[in-house]
Design a protein around this ligand. Structure first.
Ligand code: NCD
Ligand code: ZN
Length: 356
C-alpha cells in the first residue's frame, strides 16, 4: 500500500482544450471552467465557427460578460483568462494569421478535417493544400491544434486516428518542421508513440475520459451515450499507454479536458452527439486516473506546467487544493433554457474533490 496524501496542492492548472459554447450556455460553462482553471483554450467550433480574429475578439467578450455575471469568488474571476482559437477553413488566409498574431488574444489555429466531429462541416477538405497558411503560422509562431482523424467513410472509426498520423500529420510535419503542433485529445498508443518520436515542437493533450475509460465502458452491458466522444474511446491497451505517457513526466503530454457540453436530451437520443462534459470535476477525474497508477506526484507537471511551457507562457502563481474526500458527481446541471446537462460519471462518487 502506498501512502495516499490526504490533500494535494497544485499550481493552478490551465485547460488547453475546452468547449464553452456560446450565449446562454456560457452561464453554465464559464463558472465551471473558472473554478478549476486559469487559462482555457476555447475551441472555435461554434455555429457558425470562429474564423477571424474579429469574431474571436467578440466571442471572448461574450465569455467575459458571462464571467462578470457569475456567482464565483472575485479572485477566480480575476485569474480566468480565455485564450482564443481560429477555426481553419479552406478559405483561411495567411493575412488572417498575421492579424491573429498581433491581436494578442488568439493563441492557436484549429484544424478539423471536414466532418470529423461536432460542428465541423466547415472544416478543411484539402488539408495538404493549406500550405500558405501553415507557412504563415510557422513564421508567426502560432500553433496548429489538430483533431487527428481522417473522415473517409470507408475507414473504420477505430482506425481513423492512426490513418491521420500516417497520411496527413506526418506530411504536415515533414513540410513544416518548425510549426508548433498539438495533437489534441489523443486516444491511441499509435498517437502517443508518434508524438514521442517527434521533436519538441509537437505535443499532445489527453482528456480525463481517455485516461479513465476504454470502449468496454461505453459498450458492454448497453450503449452509454455519456461516454461517447470523438475520437471514440479505444481498447484497454490504448488507455494503458495513454496513462503511461501522461504520468511519464514527459513535457510533451499535458492537460486538455475536451469538456464538450451537449444537453442531456440530445445525447440520450437515437443519434446521440459526441462529447463528454467534465469541466466541473475535471481535476478529481484526473487525480483518480493518476492515482490508479500510483502517479499522483506527476499530476502537477501534467496539469499546470507542461502546457504553459509548450505555449511559451508563464507558470501560474496561484494554487488549488484537491482533497481525498468523496465527491458526488451531480446527475445534471441546469443548462440553456430549462434543459439539463449530464456530466461524465453523473450520479457516481469520486474519491477526490476540490477544496472549497
Ligand atoms: C466536441 C464537441 O462537442 O464540440 N466533441 C467531442 O466528442 N470531443 C468536438 C471535438 O473536440 O471533437
Ligand atoms: Zn474538443
Amino acid at each position: 500500500m502506498t501512502n495516499t496524501p490526504q490533500t494535494l496542492t497544485l499550481i493552478q492548472p490551465d485547460d488547453w482544450h475546452i468547449h464553452l459554447r456560446d450565449n446562454d450556455a456560457l452561464a453554465t460553462t464559464v463558472p465551471h471552467a473558472c473554478m478549476s482553471f486559469n487559462r482555457v483554450i476555447c475551441m472555435p467550433n461554434l455555429v457558425p465557427p470562429v474564423k477571424t480574429t474579429e469574431q474571436a475578439t467578440l466571442y471572448r467578450e461574450r465569455i467575459l460578460t458571462a464571467l462578470d455575471k457569475a456567482d464565483i469568488p472575485s479572485q477566480r474571476k480575476a485569474e480566468f483568462d480565455p485564450r482564443m482559437v481560429l477555426y481553419l477553413t479552406d478559405h483561411t488566409t495567411a493575412d488572417e494569421i498575421a492579424r491573429a498574431k498581433v491581436s494578442g488574444i488568439v493563441q492557436a489555429v484549429k484544424l478539423y478535417p471536414a466532418g470529423a466531429t461536432t460542428n465541423s462541416s466547415d472544416g478543411v477538405t484539402d488539408i495538404l493544400g493549406r500550405a500558405g497558411v501553415f507557412e504563415s503560422m510557422q513564421k508567426h509562431g502560432i500553433p496548429l491544434l489538430v483533431h487527428g482523424e481522417v473522415t473517409h467513410h470507408d475507414v473504420d472509426i477505430f482506425d481513423r486516428e492512426k490513418r491521420f498520423l500516417d497520411e496527413i500529420l506526418s506530411v504536415i510535419i515533414k513540410n513544416f518542421p518548425e510549426l508548433r503542433i498539438v495533437m489534441e485529445h489523443i486516444t491511441t498508443r499509435d498517437a502517443a508513440d508518434f508524438c514521442l518520436a517527434q521533436a519538441d515542437n509537437v505535443g499532445a493533450t489527453i482528456t480525463p475520459q481517455h485516461l479513465l475509460f476504454n470502449r468496454n465502458h461505453m459498450l458492454v452491458g448497453g450503449v452509454k451515450p455519456h461516454f461517447y466522444c470523438l475520437p471514440i474511446l479505444k481498447r484497454a491497451d490504448h488507455q494503458k499507454r495513454l496513462l503511461e505517457v501522461a504520468t511519464s513526466g514527459n513535457p510533451k503530454f499535458f492537460l486538455g479536458t475536451d469538456s464538450a457540453p451537449h444537453a442531456t436530451h440530445i445525447k440520450e437520443s437515437a443519434c446521440g452527439c459526441a462529447g463528454c462534459y467534465s469541466a466541473p470535476h475535471a481535476l478529481p477525474l484526473y487525480a483518480t486516473a493518476f492515482e490508479s497508477v500510483g502517479a499522483l506526484d506527476k499530476l502537477e507537471n501534467f496539469a499546470s506546467r507542461f502546457g504553459a511551457k509548450f505555449y511559451g507562457l508563464p507558470i501560474n502563481t496561484s494554487t488549488i487544493t484537491l482533497v481525498k474526500s468523496d465527491m458526488s458527481v451531480p446527475e445534471g446541471y441546469p443548462y440553456l433554457d430549462g434543459k439539463s446537462l449530464t456530466p461524465l460519471l453523473s450520479g457516481q462518487t469520486l474519491a477526490w474533490s476540490v477544496q472549497s
